[in-house]
Design a protein around this ligand. Structure first.
Ligand code: ADP
Length: 230
């Protein structure tokens, strides 16, 4: 398996006063291009911590993460931010959209910050908003959209830079069952069209079962790693 991401001996501890709390205790994991992985486990197992490190949002205290052969955490903070912007899309439980901007502007923002050509960025943002079913809501601000619609905007924003990896942390954790299902179907459809690798932290067993692979964390280690034949 040629891998997009390779994680070796990953450790993370937090210092709480004089005590170090070990959250990740040596994770080995490979993620192949174009695959879907569910990251599951009890609350506090370290799922978000692992996802944040995979996405270069946080640095590990041991071990390493390589992307296409390059060691992520040898990069400076600035290089890391640059890499994140170009290669990784994030969707969180809460949408983190900018309230004073329209849906279209929110989706365009990461690409404008990366100094892509505005005309092309707008065209792509319109296409993505159309794909997530919000072609008629381009000029709405987040406060004028439902929770499900806000999350659709966040998904479109995560894709504007055409990332190789999409990381989602409980993307439907804040939504009712029916809306969750629709968002999950949307993520699956987008994954199939774009071939992006997707890692989703979820409590939802049904959503997890729809992924090719289920990685279960327990007490800071990979407890089981199940690859479904599809
Ligand atoms: P999960 O996503 O599986 O619920 P997390 O990765 O959020 O688990 O957290 C794992 C453990 O790490 C928890 O015990 C949590 O309290 C601790 N933790 C997470 N972030 C921090 C932090 N910034 N400082 C201290 N402890 C943290």
């Amino acid at each position: 398996m040629s891998s997009l991401v390779q994680v070796q001996g990953l450790c993370k501890s937090y210092r709480m006063g004089r005590v170090a709390v070990e959250v990740l205790k040596g994770i080995d994991l490979e993620i192949a291009p174009g695959t879907t992985t569910a990251l599951v486990g009890a609350s506090g197992a370290g799922k978000s911590t692992l996802l944040h490190i995979l996405g270069g949002l946080d640095r590990p205290t041991g071990g390493n993460v390589t992307y296409a052969g390059a060691d992520l955490f040898r990069k400076s903070d600035r290089e890391l931010a640059d890499f994140r912007s170009r290669s990784i899309g994030f969707v969180f439980q809460f949408h983190h959209l900018l309230p004073e901007f329209t849906a279209l502007e929110n989706v365009m923002m990461p690409a404008l910050i990366a100094r892509r050509l505005p005309r092309q960025v707008e065209e792509r943002a319109r296409m993505l908003l159309d794909e997530v079913g919000l072609g008629q809501r381009l000029l709405h601000r987040p406060g004028e959209l439902s929770g499900g619609e806000q999350q659709r905007v966040a998904i479109a924003r995560a894709l504007i830079m055409e990332p190789a990896l999409l990381l989602a942390d409980e993307p439907t954790g804040n939504l009712d069952a029916k809306t969750s299902e629709a968002i999950h179907d949307l993520l699956t459809r987008i994954q199939q069209r774009t071939g992006v690798s997707m890692v989703v932290v979820t409590h939802n067993e049904r959503i997890a079962a729809g992924m090719e692979r289920i990685v279960r964390l327990a007490d800071g280690l990979i407890h089981t790693d199940t690859l479904e034949e599809k």
